[in-house]
Design a protein around this ligand. Structure first.
Ligand code: ATP
Ligand code: GLN
Length: 145
């Protein structure tokens, strides 16, 4: 498959420190995506089982997932990853690389501005709350990017 690149985050409006990358993907591709995310130091991810329809129009998944549905909804997984602005492009590129088959039903990615992050345990906000142990800062300390 030819490579597909994300657009530059410098063009995002509104401009903010954090964004949520929300991806609706084929369930059987999730292990590949999450393994790649973990490898780049992403530690905070939320997934939900969802059902939807797009161009795939309710056609049954040929792989895993619901083989038939009474309505027109296809089983998908929604993956939500809140990251710093400078991580958005990498995360989007990685999702495309790991989730894409080139067939209808590969899914869609939404990028949303996030106004603030609050860590419930500590009350930290913003950058302090966004930073994860084992994340980018810890990885750079150990010299892996
Ligand atoms: P603590 O340091 O108190 O453990 P934490 O920041 O590691 O806090 P958790 O309390 O472990 O956060 O996170 C709870 C849930 O929040 C996670 O299971 C995940 O679903 C979600 N989550 C955390 N960070 C993110 C993120 N950056 N993007 C998406 N989901 C996240
Ligand atoms: N930006 C955070 C870090 O590098 C990671 C965010 C996340 O795991 N979603 O520590």
């Amino acid at each position: 498959l030819p490579q597909i690149r994300a657009q530059a985050t410098s063009e995002y409006v509104p401009d903010t420190k954090f964004y949520k990358v929300e991806a609706i993907l084929r369930p059987w591709r999730i292990p590949m995506v999450s393994a790649a995310l973990l490898k780049m130091g992403i530690r905070g991810v939320t997934v939900s089982d969802v059902r939807g329809f797009g161009a795939q129009g309710g056609a049954a998944e040929r792989h895993a997932g619901s083989e038939f549905s009474e309505d027109k909804f296809v089983t998908k997984v929604k993956m939500e990853i809140v990251v710093s602005k400078d991580q958005v492009d990498t995360v989007v590129d990685l999702i495309i690389k790991e989730a894409r088959t080139g067939e209808i039903g590969d899914g869609k990615i939404f990028v949303l501005p996030v106004s603030d992050i609050i860590r419930v345990r500590t009350g930290q906000r913003g950058e302090e709350a966004e930073r994860m142990s084992g994340g980018r800062q810890d990885m750079s300390k150990h010299g892996n990017v």
